[in-house]
Design a protein around this ligand. Structure first.
Ligand code: PCA
Length: 319
């Protein structure tokens, strides 16, 4: 009996000693479906570990600015974090394939692209002591402007909000003037006249109340970019096997749930844009052809600069 009690005490002790609080930064706000999905992931982990791993979200860039989140997980300032995957394209173009225009434009394409990309970026992230847990796409990206855009020439000279290097290149090739703005700063950037047009998902359009500053939206659906959640490998390896398994199971569920949430928002948030007074119109054949030309130019540039790993992703996707 004494032995048993001691055993139980030791167990309780062990679990207290190992109870952990994890801070998790994300660039996106609380109303974003990605954030809601991650909140559910955190709840699932808490439940599966009987509260011994407690993940606290820090949203809208409140703990680290977007550009620093990956580095913060790498240097163990935080164990886990979320960011926009293609922002790492300056490290290797393999990270940015999902943001190349007209490479993958539907959820089916995006799913195949993620299957091709995952092993390669898992390897690249491992070199930095990082492990991907799950990745979820935004709805396909559409064009927000004041007035209808009939052809690429109509974008000429517009101050254009961008969120990564590919979109900056795209806007520049369209004759627009790109300005990098974080998603949570979109309303302010439009209100102050810093930008006057953007390409983003219907989700981000609704989350930033786009009807306050633009009149028109067209679903050009040119790419389906992803967020990724990564964990520090060394911190993960330091967890007991049950906790590791709980995280991996919750991550798998979060990936499946996130893709479904994304697809649902592609429709519901486009409808919400219209309900709030935005004119939603189909892109003209001329506009799409012009945007496809820009995409082709970008792909040439991409191919010329791509690493073997990046090329392997595109080859695996295309074959
Ligand atoms: N929303 C994010 C990334 C892509 C998207 O749909 C943003 O606009 O920053």
């Amino acid at each position: 009996m004494k032995h048993l009690i001691l055993g139980a005490a030791a167990l309780a002790c062990a679990s207290t000693a190992h109870a952990q609080s994890w801070d998790m930064p994300t660039p996106y706000g609380d109303a974003t479906f990605h954030t809601q999905n991650i909140a559910q992931f955190a709840d699932d982990v808490r439940a599966a570990t009987d509260g011994s791993l407690d993940i606290t979200l820090h949203t809208a860039g409140s703990l680290f600015p977007h550009a620093e989140i990956k580095g913060a997980v790498r240097n163990r300032s935080v164990p886990i974090g979320e960011f926009f995957l293609s922002r790492l394209s300056n490290e290797d173009l393999a990270f940015g394939v999902d943001s190349q225009p007209f490479v993958a434009t539907s959820y089916d394409d995006a799913e195949r692209l993620w299957a091709a990309q995952k092993p390669v970026i898992t390897e690249l992230l491992a070199e930095q002591g990082l492990m991907p847990l799950f990745s979820v796409p935004w709805p396909a990206q559409g064009l927000y402007t004041n007035g209808e855009i009939a052809e690429v020439g109509d974008l000429n000279g517009l101050r254009f909000r961008a969120y990564n290097a590919a979109l900056e290149e795209f806007a520049t090739l369209a004759g627009a003037a790109p300005v990098q703005i974080e998603a949570s700063n979109i309303p302010q950037a439009f209100a102050t006249g810093q930008v006057e047009a953007m390409i983003t998902s219907p989700s981000t359009g609704v989350n930033s109340t786009a009807w306050d500053f633009v009149t028109h939206y067209t679903p050009i659906n040119a790419w389906v970019p992803k967020n990724i959640v990564v964990v520090n490998q060394r911190i993960f390896d330091g967890l007991d096997a049950d906790t590791q398994a709980a995280i991996l199971a919750a991550a798998e569920a979060a990936e499946a749930r996130g893709w479904a949430m994304s697809a649902a928002e592609a429709e519901s948030m486009t409808a919400a844009l219209a309900e709030n007074g935005i004119t939603v119109y189909e892109p003209s054949a001329e506009l799409i052809a012009g945007l496809q030309d820009i995409g082709a130019t970008m792909l040439d540039t991409w191919n010329a600069a791509a690493s073997d790993k990046a090329r392997a992703v595109l080859d695996a996707y295309n074959n």
